[in-house]
Design a protein around this ligand. Structure first.
Ligand SMILES: Cc1cc2nc3c(=O)[nH]c(=O)nc-3n(C[C@H](O)[C@H](O)[C@H](O)COP(=O)(O)OP(=O)(O)OC[C@H]3O[C@@H](n4cnc5c(N)ncnc54)[C@H](O)[C@@H]3O)c2cc1C
Length: 430
């Protein structure tokens, strides 16, 4: 069968749905049997779990209002972030670089000395160079380097100096010294909102604005013919479109075109994968107020854990655990089993649980990709390629489509802006 639409949207995650909600002639193709992408929620045995913690740090009133005002009282919890670093057996306020005064005296002096002794540059060669240049050796080697190596699962000198954009908690000497006098750990996510039924709440709201008969589930877009403006689906159907808007990972989209140069670019793009364990226990932990914790110690398998129960006010320990892997790592069933054992052992070791805790339920999720590697060598080519693709009516948006580091709100802003742009050039979007 051949289907027709003006705007073919690949993926029913938050980006694809936002775009569809602003469109009048669209067809969404989604490879899973439900919408939401990474913004989905799993409910099991009374536990509410996302695909890793998905919190809302709205920077615009527009999207805050769109969701909050349509919510019933109590549907969202509003929290002032409580986050720490588990460092040598104790908790240090996050971010590390602004809280070195909480370290033991000797370590504090080392960090302070190196902070004043560092050599700043106008431009840094890469992310690792930026860490040493802006924060000095001790802060970098005690936290910033090991933590980010665990997260990104890559040599940090392969990443661009701005790989984390506005999500990196920069601080200069003045901020750091002032913070010793009066704590101010504010950041882009100092406060956050979370729906009590999980992040999927937002997806359900978006779905109210999207026609269900315009979403094809359990079908993968396998090939896109940029010249003829047609796509071939795994269920055998073809789609004729005017614009194709991709929200699948950019490398996956490039391969769909079958174009040799585009496939070559796809081959050099790298990212990490994150194995997430959502764990539900029989009772509360003595860690009963923290929202999430960072673990730079390489002897501990996870880099970050979060406490849904503390965020939602539940009476049983309910956590997400994140473990980083390189792009090519084989995360087999055996590996997942080993990591679960190691996670449970490390949770006991750091005192979050003990032998009296019973794991009542759990799920594991592999986020593949999770954090893309933005590297100076290829980012220019990625941006030029995206601009060139637009000449063929092909747009690539969202965290993975646009190959960037961004939040759910950023995805919605971008999707809506594209809707407006396409409408102006008669692309059929309202
Ligand atoms: C560990 C982790 C924690 C995060 N925490 C937060 C947070 O706290 N707050 C926040 O704002 N953001 C967070 N994010 C970011 C957030 O997950 C993303 O910004 C957002 O979900 C991306 O949405 P999307 O629609 O662009 O992509 P996706 O959610 O990836 O959606 C893409 C969709 O395309 C579908 N698809 C893929 N290939 C095909 C194909 N060939 N054919 C058809 N369909 C296809 C997929 O099944 C999927 O449904 C986090 C991300 C990670 C990895």
């Amino acid at each position: 069968m051949t289907l027709k639409c003006k705007n073919l949207i690949i993926g029913a995650g938050i980006s694809g749905l936002t775009l569809a909600a602003a469109s009048d002639d669209y067809l969404i193709i989604e490879k899973e049997n439900e919408a939401g992408g990474y913004c989905r929620t799993i409910k099991k045995n009374g536990f509410v779990w996302d695909y890793a913690g998905h919190f809302f740090h709205f920077k615009t009133d527009r999207f805050r209002k769109r969701f909050i005002e349509s919510a019933k009282p109590g549907e969202f919890v509003d929290r002032v972030k409580s986050t720490y670093i588990y460092y040598k057996g104790r908790l240090i306020d996050y971010p590390f670089q602004k809280n070195i005064h909480e370290l033991d005296k000797e370590e504090f002096i080392d960090c302070l000395y190196d902070l004043f002794d560092k050599t700043e540059k106008e431009k840094y060669g890469n992310f690792l160079d930026m860490l040493y240049g802006k924060f000095g050796r001790s802060i970098t080697e005690k936290f910033l380097r090991p933590y980010n190596e665990k997260l990104y699962a890559v040599d940090l000198s392969k990443l661009d100096e701005n790989a984390m954009g506005r999500f990196f908690p920069y601080a200069d000497i003045k901020d750091i010294v002032l913070n010793m006098k009066k704590g101010d750990n504010s950041s882009y996510n100092s406060t956050f909102l979370y729906p009590k039924d999980g992040a999927e709440f937002i997806i359900d709201k978006l779905l109210e604005e999207v026609r269900r008969d315009r979403i094809v589930f359990k079908a993968t877009v396998e090939r896109v013919d940029l010249e003829r403006r047609t796509a071939h689906l795994s269920n055998g159907d073809d789609v004729e479109y005017e614009n194709v808007i991709n929200t699948a990972p950019f490398d996956v989209f490039l391969r769909m075109t079958g174009n040799r140069d585009l496939c070559r670019l796809a081959d050099v793009l790298t990212y990490n994968k994150v194995l997430v364990f959502n764990l539900g226990f029989n009772k509360k932990s003595s860690f009963d107020s923290q929202h999430w914790l960072y673990f730079p110690d390489k002897d501990i398998n996870f880099y970050r854990v979060g406490f849904y129960d503390n965020i939602l006010g539940h009476d049983r320990l309910s956590m997400y655990i994140e473990i980083g892997y390189p792009k090519d790592a084989a995360v087999t069933e055996g590996e997942i089993k080993r990591q679960l054992e190691s996670t449970l052992e490390n949770l006991r070791r750091v005192g979050i649980t003990d032998d009296t805790f019973v794991l009542e339920d759990y799920v594991s999720i592999l986020m593949d990709p999770a954090y893309i590697h933005i590297d100076a060598e290829h980012d220019g080519e990625v941006r030029r390629t995206m601009a060139k693709l637009e000449e063929s009516g092909a747009y690539s948006i969202g965290r993975y489509g646009a190959w960037t580091y961004c939040s759910m709100e950023d995805c919605m802003i971008e999707a809506e802006a594209l809707g407006e742009r396409l409408a102006k050039c008669g692309g059929g979007i309202k």
